[in-house]
Design a protein around this ligand. Structure first.
Ligand code: SF4
Length: 91
């Protein structure tokens, strides 16, 4: 977690969202509630790990979240040998 900024100091607000380190950040979504990476800036809340939380969650559970279970990794048992064969075949 060392790369996670504690504040968005130096950020500015634009019409597109908050601009920080050259990236435009969108506000966090409901599913981010409880995540330790949420930071507040000028009354809005943003993610310190990912600029577009909504897009992140649209692909499944956010893999940066500190509060949501990583169900995919935890529940799916993968046979490493079969997985590598599948990967080699490009599937
Ligand atoms: S790490 Fe994921 S869950 Fe946490 S605030 Fe960012 S987008 Fe939301």
């Amino acid at each position: 977690m060392s790369a996670t900024p504690n504040t968005f100091s130096g950020a500015t607000m634009s019409a597109e969202g908050m601009v920080f380190n050259g990236a435009v950040f969108q506000p966090v979504v409901e599913k981010c509630e409880g995540c330790n990476r949420v930071r507040e800036f000028e009354g809005q809340r943003f993610c310190s790990a990912y600029p577009m939380p909504e897009a992140k969650w649209s692909l499944g559970n956010c893999n940066f979240s500190t509060h949501a279970k990583q169900t995919q990794a935890a529940n799916v048992k993968v046979n490493p040998l079969k997985a590598s064969k599948r990967a080699a075949k490009g599937r």
